[in-house]
Design a protein around this ligand. Structure first.
Ligand code: AMP
Length: 586
């Protein structure tokens, strides 16, 4: 079969799957129940009898959602703890769970432990193959080409019960499925495993860049799991490009690579190439503020591929700067819990990307969310409707995603808010809205990560000489009334940015919080003026280092957008150079 035929086969398969989306959903739910009937968690809610199979598929769905309650990670925690401690009895699934994965924890404040099985890695391959097929229709890549992937493993640890535990991405990078994906998509990562699994992410980034440059003419696209890692890699490149050129010219390896495993894997794996080094140097010297560095150094790259939605949106501007005229392709929607959707319209810019739900990966339900127009008592700004299946969603509606997975999570609330923007055949097409969890709340005010992101976007539009690198916030209750503190790291000509202008940014940001509770509290001084703190360059890098030092993985890192962690606050407050109080609501 030719490659084009193979690609069309995959697309045909996916088209057929989504045409039968609802039927596939019923079959998927039945399969999950069949596999795990009698496992402790399910037994508690639906008993262990096989009578559930006597129903036809739509009744199975109705019976399941009326018997099994909606649940959060906290409900599964005691079960996962027992698995982690070595209890191999059928707790969540019939088959024992061989390993656990850690979610990034940067959205929830602490990492969640989740079951990881061979199904998890296999579904990654399925998602990547489908996405790669649609991408290669519009951005064909050369078979056998290379991918410059900024991916990072995390050393697995063992639980008390002896189960390996690491991030879902590491499980995948070290799985046979990862190798299989490279073979089936016929695109191979530039770096050897030792680089992907290096414990020091800075050294790994240097080596990823080195291998990427050595294979520069063969690189077909660049990627990372989340776009934060790509931006970090190119910031590191700005600092280390001359050293990289020296290594390529002389066939040496920078002394900054101190890890013996890494040195062994890299030294001797390439021969000196003075001509390549000279050409890289020449191209770098010809760039203006690193604009378009990616197409300049990787002339055959067709696109840059990474998750650019949700918490990654603030990095898109910088990524566009590095990517010049290369298309940015936003990657799939998934979580440590399971995969949810694929981007089958890769030419859409990150701001408009949608994800088609993959109906055979899990059983999906959607809790309708209705935004309240005035402030009212409640956990957040949404009223909830009754959960619906895939067929019951309305275009334009907002929903919280609920999943029932092959790894033993039943009616598990993912905490993500999505909007249904249409259908692809019978499968909903989702746009990612944000995490549902409130991050900034002092009294009756309720603001999510997305609300903060929008306010920061509005406020930072006024910057004229400097560029916003990153931001976070804190709900400060140390004095009465409490107030929001928003920390900005700027770069460029930060010191030239004038006082009046930053004050203006602060005022606009304060006014941009649209939540009625916040506005009312600001008006009657129940919440004090918003404070904007400008921190030194490199402060957010320290936050990343702190997260990594606690065992986090670069590949899954998402900057905490609100913190009350004393270590982070001491980093932020200790690095604050200038601060401004909002003059809004006077
Ligand atoms: P983790 O908790 O580390 O497994 O990360 C999973 C979370 O990352 C999801 O629940 C989403 O909130 C977010 N996420 C994953 N994929 C995307 C995407 N394509 N767009 C936006 N957010 C995403």
């Amino acid at each position: 079969m030719s490659e084009d035929e193979e690609r069309e086969e995959i697309i045909k398969w996916f088209e057929n799957l989504t045409e039968r989306a609802q039927e596939v959903q019923s079959e998927t739910l039945r399969e999950i129940i069949e596999l795990n009937l009698g496992a402790e968690y399910l037994k508690k809610w639906i008993g262990a009898s096989a009578s559930v199979f006597d129903f036809d598929d739509s009744d199975v769905e109705a019976c399941y959602s009326s018997c099994v309650p909606l649940a959060t990670h906290a409900d599964f925690e005691p079960y996962i703890k027992r698995i982690s401690d070595g209890d191999a009895s059928p707790i969540l699934t019939h088959k024992p769970i061989p390993s656990l994965s850690l979610s990034s924890g940067t959205t929830e404040g602490r990492a969640k432990c989740l079951p990881f099985t061979c199904h998890s890695a296999q579904s990654s391959v399925q998602v990547f193959r489908v996405a790669a097929a649609y991408r290669s229709r519009v951005f064909p890549i050369r078979s056998g080409g290379k991918i410059l992937e900024f991916i990072y493993g995390r050393k697995p640890t063992k639980t008390k019960g002896g189960l390996p535990v690491t991030t879902a991405t590491t499980h995948y990078f070290t799985s046979k499925e990862f190798k299989e994906k490279q073979k089936t998509t016929k695109a191979f990562t530039c770096s050897p495993d030792e680089v992907i699994n290096a414990t020091d992410h800075k050294q790994a980034t240097y080596c990823h860049l080195l291998f990427g440059l050595l294979y520069s003419n063969q690189v077909e696209f660049l990627s990372s799991t989340f776009s934060f890692a790509l931006v970090q890699a190119f910031k590191a490149f700005e600092q280390s490009w001359q050293e990289l050129c020296t290594d390529i010219r002389d066939g040496t390896l920078s002394p900054r690579i101190t890890s013996p495993e890494l040195r062994r894997a890299v030294v001797g794996s390439f021969t000196l190439d003075p001509e390549l080094a000279r050409s890289i140097e020449e191209r770098c010297n010809g760039l203006d503020d690193w604009f378009g560095v990616i197409p300049k150094l990787w002339p055959n790259a067709k696109y840059v591929y990474s998750i650019m939605t949700g918490a990654m949106q603030p990095y898109v501007k910088k990524l566009r700067h590095y990517s010049g005229d290369l298309p940015l392709v936003s990657a799939e929607y998934g979580a440590s819990e399971c995969w949810i959707g694929v981007n089958i319209e890769p030419t859409e810019p990150p701001e408009r990307v949608t994800f088609v739900v993959v109906p055979n990966l899990a059983y999906f339900e959607f809790i309708p969310l209705f935004r309240r127009t005035s402030f009212a008592v409640g956990v957040d700004d949404f009223d909830e409707g009754r959960p619906v299946g895939m067929g019951g969603v309305q275009v334009g509606g907002e929903y919280e995603v609920v999943v029932t997975t092959f790894t033993g999570l039943y009616r598990y609330r993912l905490g993500d808010v999505v909007q249904v923007v249409g259908f692809h055949n019978g499968s909903p097409k989702l746009s990612f809205v944000g995490r549902r969890k409130l991050i900034l709340t002092l009294t009756i005010d309720k603001n999510t990560e997305k609300d903060l992101q929008l306010a920061v976007e509005r406020g930072s539009r006024f910057l004229s000489r400097a560029e916003l690198v990153d931001f976070t916030s804190h709900a400060d209750l140390s004095a009465s009334p409490g107030h929001y503190v928003v920390y900005w790291e700027l770069c460029g000509h930060e010191e030239e940015e004038e006082e009046w202008l930053l004050k203006e940014c602060c005022r606009v940001m304060d006014e941009a919080f649209a939540d009625e509770g916040y506005k009312a509290s600001r008006r009657d001084n129940g919440i004090g003026p918003l404070e904007l703190c400008i921190v030194e360059e490199g402060t957010f890098r320290k936050i990343l280092e702190h997260f990594i030092s606690k065992g986090g993985a670069m590949s899954q890192f998402k900057m905490p957008r609100c913190t009350s962690d004393p270590v982070l606050l001491s980093i932020l407050n200790g690095s604050t150079m200038r601060s401004f109080l909002s003059t809004a609501y006077r």
